[in-house]
Design a protein around this ligand. Structure first.
Ligand code: ADP
Ligand code: MG
Length: 260
């Protein structure tokens, strides 16, 4: 079973320290949730793990099955088995999902010729219109379609570890259920370790999260079981130095945030 180990991770962006000593461990087949107030550094953590340029790591380590990922370019981290579903999936003009996944499968030593069959099967499974698949990646897709597209890529690639940044935002309840079930199944059947960043207990119960962590001001300040997410839904993040969020507000009631 694979193992992602983050130790004492410090990182700055634009000269400001955002991550101030993150410790986390996600084993194969486990589903962990990462919650925390807006601006606490959740997306920054996902970008630093994936190796997005522009973030300066000043201390710590990120190892996947003993391999140090820090210092590797993003594509080598992906090849090592790390997958990131972006909070705001980007448009990639000129590249279809078949092209992107075909290249990734080939790089992983898998049979590229099966990409259409696998993508088609996953699209049906999570309710993504197959007509959208021939378009350039995410171009003219709605927010919800982009999120489903991210999960489709995850399911085809079956990485060792998947970091999902607010995969629930922009999804209606039926899509959320379909997506969460597919992710839970990947964890159970393919041994993918999952770190799901979310504000919503609903996603966590569908995902059957084993552990819940609270990130505040760039550190994991609390770790617990699923009951912690229920408590946070009642109390908000006031106890962790964050803003009080509206308790129990369902994902569907939120205005979708603009996609960048
Ligand atoms: P979260 O995902 O927990 O809401 P983020 O990781 O997106 O939080 O942001 C944490 C902090 O880092 C915020 O104060 C944000 O403004 C800042 N930040 C993130 N990315 C950048 C960037 N590229 N340039 C400057 N500041 C950034
Ligand atoms: Mg974020």
């Amino acid at each position: 079973m694979s193992d992602l180990v983050v130790e004492g991770l410090h990182a700055s962006v634009a000269g400001r320290e955002i991550l101030r000593g993150v410790d986390l461990r996600v084993g194969g087949g486990e589903v962990h949730a990462l919650m925390g107030p807006n601006g606490s550094g959740k997306s920054t953590l996902s970008h630093v793990l994936a190796g997005r340029p522009g973030y300066e790591v000043t201390a710590g380590s990120v190892r996947l099955d003993g391999v140090e990922l820090l210092g590797l370019p993003a594509w080598e981290r992906a090849q090592a088995g790390l997958f990131l579903a972006l909070q705001y999936p980007i448009e990639v003009p000129g590249v279809s999902v078949y092209d992107a996944l075909g290249e990734s499968m080939e790089a992983a030593g898998r049979e590229r010729g099966r990409v259409r069959e696998l993508v088609g099967a996953e699209a049906r499974r999570i309710g993504l219109d197959e007509a959208l698949l021939t378009r350039a990646l995410n171009v003219d897709l709605s927010g919800g379609e982009r999120k489903r597209n991210e999960i489709l890529q995850l399911a085809v690639l079956q990485p060792k570890v998947a970091v999902l940044d607010e995969i629930d935002s922009g999804l209606d309840i039926d899509a959320l259920t379909a997506v969460a079930r597919r992710v839970a199944q990947l964890a159970a059947e393919s041994g993918t370790g999952v770190l799901a960043i979310t504000h919503y207990q609903r996603l966590l119960s569908e995902l059957a999260a084993d552990k819940v962590h609270v990130l505040s001001a760039g550190r994991v300040v609390q770790t617990g079981g699923p009951e912690l997410a229920l408590e946070l839904e009642r109390t908000g993040y006031a106890a962790y130095g964050g803003e009080q969020e509206e308790p129990g507000e369902p994902a569907v009631a939120r205005r979708p945030r603009p996609l960048v």
